[in-house]
Write a new protein. Structure first.
Length: 84
């Protein structure tokens, strides 16, 4: 998946940032997370149904302009919180 490959490519940078914020955490200890981040992936699907990554938003907007927008973004937040 395009999103998984992208996150794997930036994983070292995300780990460095996390460990700089929580320096006393043991790197190999399970369940030691103190935070999470929601990234916004902008993807275009071409005529052959191939996905193309346009950009990744570090701080995606959670403002809503329509009922559809409200529905999608509230589910994103709800599902992210269910993981923690």
């Amino acid at each position: 998946s395009i999103c998984v490959k992208t996150v794997l490519s930036i994983l070292p940078a995300l780990q460095r940032e996390y460990h700089s914020l929580f320096p006393c955490q043991q790197q190999n200890t399970k369940n030691n997370s103190h935070c999470f981040e929601i990234l916004g992936f902008d993807v275009i699907i071409d005529h052959a149904l191939r996905p193309w990554l346009v950009e990744i938003n570090h701080l995606p907007s959670f403002g809503t302009d329509s009922d559809l927008d409200q529905n999608i973004k509230s589910r994103v937040v709800r599902e992210a919180l269910s993981l923690v």
